[in-house]
Design a protein around this ligand. Structure first.
Ligand code: 8YV
Length: 321
């Protein structure tokens, strides 16, 4: 009998996913679920054929250089792969996969939660009641912005962007988007395409980020671009913190140029940004876009489907390099 491939699972995945992984592979799980340091990650990868990481494991070029020749596939448990240097992986002949589609609904839900939380001052109100500070009411009390009928701008109209736009349509919002390529009329469902980011910014009462982090998109939301939004707009980010210049965002929120922001992702994770945390007009979550029971199972199964295809001798469905 040939030995089963050895698979490193650096974070504790859903029980059903671990059960399925154990049935097919020799699995090594990081039982206490701490985030490996660079050195621990390299050491843990030494005697394995595959790794199934989350976005918390950073496969930078130097980590990839230090991987053993037997490690042939990084099957990510995430759609975003900015934690993996794809060029370095390709150069070493390591296959990299991700888990698209299966997390689009869950992430769209969180984007809508961020939009509503920001627009209707969800976090500020919640803290006020909890802290026993709700000792007053008047018609002018905690008034927020209504999103119904307003314009919803999407940066990056991929799978998550499209599902989020669909949900925003449910609020009677007019959908606008900027994307590298224009969608088909069937995919657009009436959404208005903007060839430039600048043109999208000018009309977006709510701007929601759904693009990948690349050298071209890092810091696309900055002092210059924030100033192009309509007055008192709302920024939603459920993609990656690196898309936003947080110092510029703090300024725009403090000055009132932006009405509010709804953020699920930050430049520093875990932890966030203390300058954002002190502002009442920020609704914040700890990177939980895909964190539903259903989606965690689906992401793990999708990553395992990719591993099964690879070790079965075919091309994984979600192969990136
Ligand atoms: C996850 C994510 O929280 O898929 C992504 O890109 O950021 C999130 O879905 C995470 O990577 C889970 O492994």
């Amino acid at each position: 009998m040939t030995a089963k491939p050895v698979v490193l699972i650096p974070r504790k995945l859903a029980p059903a996913v671990l059960e399925r992984a154990n049935a097919t592979y020799d699995v090594i799980v990081n039982e206490d679920d701490h985030v490996f340091s660079r050195e621990e990650l390299i050491a843990a990868c030494q005697n394995v054929d595959a790794v199934l990481p989350c976005h918390s494991e950073h496969f930078s070029a130097d980590v990839i250089q230090a991987l053993p020749a037997r490690l042939k596939i990084i099957a990510n448990h995430s759609v975003g792969v900015d934690h993996v240097d794809l060029t370095a992986a390709k150069a070493r002949g390591i296959v990299v996969t991700n888990t698209p589609d299966v997390l689009s609904d869950a992430t769209a839900e969180i984007a809508i939660l961020c939009m509503l939380g920001a627009a209707r001052r969800g976090s500020e109100g919640d803290r006020m009641v909890r802290d026993g500070r709700w000792n007053f009411w008047s018609p002018a009390f905690m008034v927020g912005r209504q999103v119904t009928g307003r314009r919803f701008g999407v940066v990056g109209m991929g799978r998550v962007g499209q599902v989020t736009a669909e949900r925003a349509r449910g609020f009677g919002m007019e959908i606008h988007y900027h994307n590298r390529t224009r969608l088909t009329a069937e995919q657009e469902k009436g959404a208005i395409f903007h060839e430039s980011l600048e043109s999208l910014l000018a009309v977006s009462d709510v701007l929601s980020l759904h693009c990948p982090t690349t050298p071209d998109t890092i810091g696309i939301i900055n002092e210059r671009t924030l100033a192009m939004l309509p007055e008192r707009a709302i920024l939603v980010n459920t993609a990656r913190g690196a898309l936003v210049d947080e110092a510029a965002l703090v300024q725009a929120l403090k000055s009132g140029q932006l009405f509010a922001a709804g953020l699920d992702v930050f430049r520093t994770e875990p932890g966030g940004n203390p300058e954002l945390s002190v502002l009442d007009n920020v609704f914040m979550l700890p990177h939980i876009g895909s964190a539903t029971f259903e989606t965690r199972d689906a992401m793990g199964f999708r990553a395992l489907d990719n591993l099964d295809a690879f070790f079965g001798g075919s091309t994984p469905l979600d192969r990136l390099v």
